[in-house]
Design a protein around this ligand. Structure first.
Ligand code: E4P
Length: 221
């Protein structure tokens, strides 16, 4: 499973790329707003230059013509830009038009297997089931990811990749990987949490303590 960062914060993205584990980015209007009143195009181009893989950038328009027009512009901003289109009938139609023009679409705000199936049939490159938001309303968001992966696997002609989105904690990431999700897009905070384990810290402290007792501060190189 690949990891994308779910943020528009350039410093966080740079860190993720430096670690060698982040191969893409997803943004949305809320995440971009968290960076202040920025020049959207310039920010996306900056992110696209920092991360080697796909950078999802959402349209604001809600009608088919508007989404398509916006997406065509966004697609010109960088080679690795992917246009995020919200689920719904307008989104399906827009996805079909854009995919037939070779524009990569991330079908976002997906909350059902049927929406994911429509995304795949319309030609979306990615579909993003929102796990945490389903958990928030008392459903099991990860079941949606598992079901989409299972359905897609039965039809090898489907090339749409599943991005487990709206990830809230490392356990979500683990379950997405076990479910066979192609990608999980995670907040920076979750990336930091994934690397931590109290037993690692305790083990390391013990190793150093034992070493120093005998060797002092002498390094082994
Ligand atoms: C995914 O592409 C979305 O940007 C994101 O995962 C939404 O997450 P949230 O529910 O935490 O806002």
């Amino acid at each position: 499973m690949r990891l994308f960062l779910d943020t528009a914060n350039v410093e966080h993205i740079k860190h993720g790329v430096r670690l060698g584990v982040v191969s893409g980015v997803t943004t949305n209007p809320s995440l971009v707003s968290q960076e202040g009143k920025v020049n959207y195009k310039k920010l996306v181009q900056k992110i696209c230059s920092v991360v080697p893989g796909p950078v999802s950038t959402e349209v604001i328009s809600q009608d088919v013509a508007g989404m398509v027009a916006e997406a065509r512009q966004i697609a010109k901003w960088a080679n690795n830009v992917v246009v995020k289109i919200p689920a719904g009938l307008e989104g399906v139609e827009a996805t079909h038009i854009l995919a037939s023009e070779g524009i990569q679409v991330n079908f976002t705000l997906c909350f059902s297997v049927n929406q994911a199936l429509l995304a795949a049939l319309a030609g979306a490159a990615y579909v993003s089931p929102f796990v945490g938001r389903l958990d928030d309303i008392g459903e099991d968001g990860m079941t949606l990811v598992k079901d989409i992966v299972q359905v897609f696997r039965q039809y090898p002609e489907i090339k749409t990749e599943v991005i487990a989105a709206s990830i809230r904690h490392p356990q979500h990431c683990l379950i997405a990987a076990l479910a066979g999700s192609h990608i999980a897009t995670i907040p920076y905070k979750v990336l930091l949490q994934m690397a931590k384990h109290p037993m690692t810290d305790a083990g390391n402290a013990r190793f150093l303590e034992d070493w120093r007792k005998v060797m002092g501060d002498v390094k082994n190189i």
